[in-house]
Ligand binder design. Structure first.
Ligand SMILES: N[C@@H](CCC(=O)N[C@@H](CS)C(=O)NCC(=O)O)C(=O)O
Length: 138
């Protein structure tokens, strides 16, 4: 019994150390200026830009908020599912280089970085998101 508890503790310790190592000691891959220019152009291509991953629940929530609740017209938005793209990792590295955020979703409205789903939901609650979208889609 006592051993089982130690096993569990060890697993937790390894998970925490792995997280800390990945979070603080690994640097993102170098990305080329061309890649930065390409991603900046993608961000500005439509009024709304979302970089997502198909299995990500935060991304699903963001897409529901934008398209189902706030009725953003699909043609006004560029949604990239990074996990379905051969250069998805490079795009994610480049986004991280541009705005410092690693996680998805990454949301831009009118070319401006909004953040992830939690920031989007906060903006929706305050009513700011609706105003931002109204301006961006006008
Ligand atoms: N607080 C973030 C959480 C987002 C998050 O944790 N996303 C996960 C996927 S569900 C992620 O990006 N993990 C790293 C990765 O996929 O590279 C938000 O609200 O957007």
């Amino acid at each position: 019994m006592a051993f089982e508890n130690w096993d569990f503790t060890l697993v937790i310790v390894v998970m925490v150390l792995t997280f800390l190592f990945r979070r603080f000691l690994t640097t993102p891959r170098e990305v080329s200026p061309e890649s930065i220019a390409r991603v900046n152009a993608l961000i500005k291509q439509k009024s709304v830009f979302v970089a997502a991953k198909s299995y990500c629940p935060y991304c699903k929530n963001t897409l529901i908020t934008l398209f189902d609740e706030l009725k953003v017209p699909k043609e006004k938005a560029l949604v990239l599912q990074l996990d379905g793209m051969s250069d998805g990792l490079e795009l994610q590295d480049t986004l991280q280089q541009i705005n410092g955020q690693r996680t998805v979703p990454q949301i831009y409205i009118d070319g401006k970085h909004v953040g992830g789903n939690s920031e989007l939901q906060k903006l929706k609650k305050s009513g700011e998101l609706q105003l931002l979208l109204k301006k961006a889609l006008a």
